[in-house]
Design a protein around this ligand. Structure first.
Ligand code: AHM
Ligand code: MG
Length: 336
C-alpha cells in the first residue's frame, strides 16, 4: 500500500520539488489548516458545546452573527497573528482590516477569509465551511492598509476552503492544480486523498436558489427555463437541481462530479451587484474552479480579472463546468 501523504509532506514537496511556494507561504497554509481543525472540532460539538445559536451582534453586512461565525473568526486570527508570515488579515466578520500587532514580526502575506460560510446551516446540522484567499503584500509598501488588499483575484498565491460535512475536507490550490485532503481524526492530520482534481466540462446539474426566480434578469431565466424543459427543450437532456445554501458544499459537489453554481444579481436589491463577496468568497472559489479546469464569471467577465474597489464588495457568481458557464455568460453578453 502506498504511504499516506500528509498535508505537511505535500506542502514540503510543493516547496522543494515543485518550486511553487516559498517557506513562509507553506507555514501560513499549515497554520490555516490547523485553525480549520479547531473549527471542525467546535462545529462537531453542536449542542454539547456553547457553539450553537446566534450571538448578540451584527456584522458589517448587517447580518446577525452566529456564535460559530465569531468563534471561527477568532480561531483564525489567533492562529495566524503571531507566526511572522502575515502582515494583515480581513474577514467577512470584521468591518476593517486586522493589522498584525507590533509585538509580532510582520510577514509578507495578506490573508482573507469567510470564517464560517453557510451560517444558516449551522443549527440544522448541514455542511458548512471556511473559505480563504492569500495575497502578497505589495512590494516597497510601508505599513499595511485596506488598499493593499484590493488586488484582483488573479494575484492570489493560494486559495482554499475546508468543508465541515460528513467528512472534514480541505481543498487547496497554490496555482499547481487542486488537491483535496481528508481529516484523519485518529491521527489529527489532513491526508491527501485526491490530486489534479478535474471538473467535467459538461454537466446535467445546476445549483441556484429557485425561490428568487421572479427577481432574476432575463438571461438567467432563459438558462434555467431551458434546463427545466429537459429532453423536450432546446438542451435535449434532463437536468437535476441541487441547492445546499452553503457555497462551500455546493462548490465541493461541483469539484467532485461537475455542475454549475449560480448566485446572480437580482431585482431584490438592484443596487447590489450580487449577494456573495468578491474578495473572500468568489475569488478563492473562482481560482480553485479554474485550476480544476472549470470557469468562473460574474455573468459577463472573468471573476479573477475584476479590480476590487472595496473590501466587502459583492459580485454575481456563475462557476463550475466550463461549457455551462460559457453558455450562461454568452446569454448575458448577447442580451446587452
Ligand atoms: P454567509 O457567508 O453569510 O454564510 O452567506 C453566503 C451563503 C453561501 O454560502 C450560499 O451560497 C448563499 O449564502 C445562500 O444564500 P441564500 O440563503 O440566499 O440561498
Ligand atoms: Mg459566506
Amino acid at each position: 500500500m502506498a504511504p499516506k501523504i500528509s498535508l505537511t509532506r505535500y506542502l514540503v514537496e510543493e516547496q522543494r520539488i515543485g518550486g511553487c511556494i516559498p517557506a513562509q507561504l507553506r507555514l501560513l497554509l499549515e497554520v490555516v489548516a490547523r485553525a480549520c481543525k479547531s473549527i471542525s472540532l467546535a462545529v462537531n460539538k453542536g449542542d454539547l458545546g456553547d457553539v450553537m445559536g446566534t450571538a448578540d451582534s451584527e456584522n458589517v453586512q448587517g447580518e446577525i452573527q452566529k456564535k460559530l461565525d465569531i468563534i471561527a473568526n477568532e480561531v483564525l486570527i489567533e492562529a495566524n497573528e503571531w507566526g511572522g508570515h502575515l502582515a494583515g488579515m480581513a474577514s467577512e466578520e470584521m468591518e476593517g482590516i486586522y493589522v498584525v500587532p507590533n509585538r509580532y514580526p510582520q510577514g509578507e502575506y495578506l490573508l482573507m477569509f469567510d470564517p464560517l460560510d453557510g451560517s444558516s446551516n449551522i443549527d440544522v446540522n448541514v455542511s458548512i465551511g471556511t473559505i480563504f484567499s492569500v495575497l502578497r503584500m505589495p512590494e516597497d509598501d510601508r505599513g499595511v492598509d485596506e488598499g493593499d488588499f484590493l488586488q484582483p483575484g488573479n494575484q492570489q498565491v493560494a486559495a482554499g476552503y475546508c468543508v465541515y460535512g460528513p467528512q472534514t475536507t480541505l481543498v487547496l490550490t497554490v496555482g499547481d492544480g487542486v488537491a483535496m485532503f481528508t481529516l484523519d481524526r485518529e491521527q489529527g492530520s489532513f491526508v491527501l486523498t485526491r490530486k489534479h482534481v478535474k471538473i467535467p466540462e459538461d454537466t446535467k446539474e445546476f445549483a441556484i436558489n429557485m425561490s428568487n426566480m421572479r427577481h432574476w434578469d432575463a438571461p438567467i431565466k432563459r438558462y434555467v427555463d431551458e434546463c427545466l424543459a429537459g429532453k423536450d427543450g432546446p438542451r435535449g437532456k434532463d437536468f437535476n437541481m441541487r441547492w445546499i445554501a452553503s457555497m462551500v458544499a455546493d462548490v465541493h459537489r461541483i469539484l467532485t462530479r461537475g455542475g454549475v453554481f449560480l448566485y446572480p444579481w437580482d431585482k431584490r436589491e438592484p443596487e447590489k451587484p450580487g449577494k456573495l463577496r468578491l474578495m473572500y468568497e468568489a475569488n478563492p472559489m473562482g481560482w480553485i474552479v479554474e485550476q480544476a479546469g472549470g470557469a468562473a464569471t460574474n455573468c459577463r467577465q472573468r471573476i479573477l480579472d475584476i479590480q476590487p474597489g472595496k473590501l466587502h464588495e459583492r459580485v454575481s457568481v456563475v462557476l463550475g463546468s466550463k461549457n455551462e458557464v460559457d453558455r450562461i455568460t454568452r446569454y448575458h453578453t448577447e442580451s446587452q
